[in-house]
Structures are given as structure tokens and as C-alpha cells.
Ligand binder design. Structure first.
Ligand code: KG4
Ligand code: ZN
Length: 379
């Protein structure tokens, strides 16, 4: 039995969680800074680290309280994201974790944020403490969708991600990363490809800004696209069936294509203020991103005869991507897992899961005092 306190502050969410045996979420607290950054149209790094300083101890305290942990020393270890991410943000979580580990004489595990996203697929979604996170756009609950691993006994027919599923294919699609990875075992990753320029989430954010829709772009584009016609504008599918870049992605050109399209439409006398026009552009963009992601994933899953495909990262919260992936992998008869939406975007539960399954030796020197942050840490 292992109980781990996990801390995540790599970007704009201050998060802490207590995870049992890498699966059970005893608590999962996320303080989002979306409202703070909205006025800047993106994440303002210095504002993010200052807010982490204000939120970190209340968030950790709430995570401990909700998990019923009254004495930190009864935990087995502390895990913290040490990269990749914004250095100033990472430092707040790492320093808080170091202080707690030192004071309570617990081992400290530095965890790669991308490994965290991967292990979000190993968490159970039937834990008693599900956070009631509202959708930042329309206020709806973010809970309840998706293909999810459930706890033993929660649903007899439900499937859990396990060691039997290796080799599995992982698609990480977030604001900073788009990576296609063949996972051979715990911590054994073979990178098949990734984006050559912008990440998928970054493209959502940039296109939303371009259409003056606001921040964060992903949920807003999804919302706008619901009313739009995805076939109205034929946008280019980047690196589509390109033998030199079979498993690579590129989203910067697609963003430029959207920019050129808006300029052409304005030249033709169309108003970009029209919600219908914005909806059609958003839907056409989302359609291309989804098609490219799912097609490359399906190609790799078949070529490497994987036993399971796992999606993760903020963009895997996208409803159209989830639906398209579910349909494609069902047709291919390859099991697919996508975390519930609240575990797709940044959280600390996934960091606790990664720490459990990776079973890392704790930093020997001063029980973690030598842990540092790395903005560009590779997986
Ligand atoms: O994983 P994440 O929370 O943070 C990073 O590690 O980057 O991902 C954030 C990204 C943002 O770019 C956001 O726009 C995108 O995930 N995102 C979405 C959706 N929800 C969040 N993209 C598309 N559709 C969504 N529903
Ligand atoms: Zn992330």
C-alpha cells in the first residue's frame, strides 16, 4: 500500500492530490488561474508564479484534509513536477515539496509532467472525491464523459489500463506538447514522432485569439464549433500521408492557413464579427486537427500492433477528438483509454500515479533537497 502526496505547478494550475496505490484518488485539488490570465489572452508567466505562491499551501492543505491525512509523516512519499514547464511556476511547487519532505523526513520524487499525463490513464475514476469542476466556458460540469478505467467493483465490465497492455501507444496532446510514444513498460518510452512546431493545444489557443474568441482556446473553439459547419472551409491537413513525417505533426502552417482565410474573407467583404462565420472557421479547424491526430495514431497503432491506445493532455478533453478516436479504434478493434475530462487538463493526481508506477529511487542527497527544475525536460 502506498500513499503519495503529489504537487503540480508547471503552468497555470496550482494542484495537489493524495493518491493511493497509483490508482485511487483520495483527493485532487486544482486551483486554476484561468480568470487571472484571460485579460492577457494567454498565460503571463510572472503572474502565474506569484499566484502559485499564494495558492500552494491552501491547496496542499485542502488535499491533505480531503484525503483525511492529519499527519504528513503517515504518507509514504511526496511527488512533485520538476519539468517541463515555466521555471518560475515549477520552482514554487518544487520548493514547497522540498520543505514538506525535509520537515516530515519523507522521500521526494521529482516527476516529469509528460509522464504524469501518460499515467493519468492509470487512475480510477470512481474515487469518492471527484472535484466539481465547472467548464470554464459554459459552466457545465466537466464530469461524466469519456472512456475510463474504473476501480475494482465499480463496474465489472470496465477495463483498467495495466501491464498487460504493453506495448501501448500514447498520444500526448497538450498546450505545450504533441507527442506520439510507444510505451514498452513503466518508464520505457520510444518516441515515434511529435510536432515539428506548435503543439495542438497551442494551435487551438492561437486560432481562438485570431478569431477574437478569448482564452483558453480549446474549450472555446469546441463550443463555437458546435454550431459550425466543418466542411465549409477546406483547410490543409499538415504532413498528411507524408512518408518522411509519418508520425510527425505540424500545426503552425494550419494556424497561418486560418489567418490567410480570415484575411481573404475580410477582403471579400465578409465581417469576421459574424458568429456564424467564426463557428464555421472553428469547426473546419477542429475537424482538420482531429482528423490528423486520429489518422496518425491509428496508423502507428496498427503498424506497431499495440495492445492499447491511450490519449492524454488538455486537448484530449476535446469532445470531437474523443468521439472520432472512439469510433476509429472501435472499428480497428484496438482498446482505447481517454481519461475523464478533469484528468486530461493539468492536475496533481496524475503526478502521484506516475510516482507510484515509476517506483523511482528518492533523491538520496538530503531527501530531495537537490531536486531542481528543468523548463525543457524531455520525457
Ligand atoms: O495539459 P494541459 O492542461 O496543459 C499543458 O500541459 O499544456 O493542456 C492545456 C491545453 C490548452 O492549449 C487548452 O486550450 C487545451 O489544452 N484544451 C483543449 C480543450 N480543453 C483544453 N483543446 C481542445 N479542446 C478542449 N476541450
Ligand atoms: Zn499538462
Amino acid at each position: 500500500m502506498s500513499r503519495i502526496l503529489a504537487i503540480e505547478t508547471s503552468c497555470d494550475e496550482t494542484a495537489a492530490a493524495v493518491i493511493e496505490n497509483g490508482r485511487v484518488i483520495l483527493s485532487n485539488v486544482v486551483a486554476t488561474q484561468i480568470d487571472l490570465h484571460r485579460r492577457f489572452g494567454g498565460i503571463f508567466p510572472e503572474v502565474a508564479s506569484r499566484q502559485h505562491v499564494l495558492s500552494i499551501y491552501p491547496v496542499i492543505q485542502q488535499a491533505l484534509d480531503e484525503a483525511g491525512v492529519t499527519n504528513v509523516q503517515t504518507l509514504d512519499s511526496i511527488a512533485v513536477t520538476h519539468g517541463p514547464g515555466l521555471s518560475g511556476s515549477l520552482l514554487v511547487g518544487v520548493n514547497a515539496a522540498k520543505g514538506l519532505a525535509f520537515a516530515s523526513d519523507l522521500p521526494l520524487h521529482p516527476i516529469n509532467h509528460l509522464a504524469g499525463h501518460i499515467y493519468s490513464n492509470w487512475l480510477d475514476d470512481s474515487s469518492p472525491h471527484l472535484p466539481a469542476l465547472p467548464n470554464p466556458v459554459n459552466g457545465d460540469s466537466l464530469l461524466g464523459e469519456g472512456t475510463i478505467a474504473r476501480a475494482d467493483g465499480a463496474d465489472e465490465s470496465a477495463v483498467r489500463v495495466s501491464e498487460q497492455d504493453f506495448p501501448m501507444l500514447i498520444l500526448i496532446v497538450s498546450g505545450g506538447h504533441t507527442e506520439l510514444i510507444l510505451m514498452h513498460g513503466h518508464g520505457r518510452y520510444e518516441r515515434l514522432g511529435g510536432t515539428l512546431d506548435d503543439a495542438a493545444g497551442e494551435a487551438f489557443d492561437k486560432v481562438a485569439r485570431l478569431l477574437d474568441l478569448g482564452f483558453p482556446g480549446g474549450p472555446i473553439i469546441q463550443e463555437a464549433a458546435q454550431k459550425g459547419d466543418p466542411t465549409r472551409f477546406a483547410l490543409p491537413k499538415p504532413l498528411w500521408q507524408n512518408p518522411d513525417h509519418r508520425y510527425n505533426f505540424s500545426f503552425s502552417g494550419l494556424k497561418t492557413a486560418v489567418l490567410n482565410l480570415t484575411r481573404q474573407l475580410e477582403k471579400d467583404g465578409q465581417s469576421l464579427n459574424s458568429p456564424e462565420l467564426k463557428a464555421d472557421i472553428a469547426a473546419s479547424f477542429q475537424q482538420v486537427v482531429t482528423e490528423v491526430l486520429v489518422a496518425k495514431c491509428a496508423d502507428a497503432a496498427t503498424a506497431y500492433a499495440v495492445r492499447r491506445v491511450c490519449l492524454c493532455g488538455g486537448v484530449s478533453a476535446n469532445a470531437q477528438l474523443r468521439k472520432a478516436a472512439e469510433e476509429r479504434f472501435q472499428a480497428l478493434n484496438i482498446p482505447l483509454t481517454i481519461p475523464p475530462i478533469y484528468l486530461c487538463t493539468d492536475n496533481a493526481a496524475m503526478i502521484g500515479a506516475a510516482a507510484h508506477f515509476l517506483d523511482l529511487p528518492p533523491e538520496a542527497n538530503g531527501r530531495g533537497l537537490s531536486v531542481d527544475v528543468y523548463a525543457n525536460l524531455p520525457l
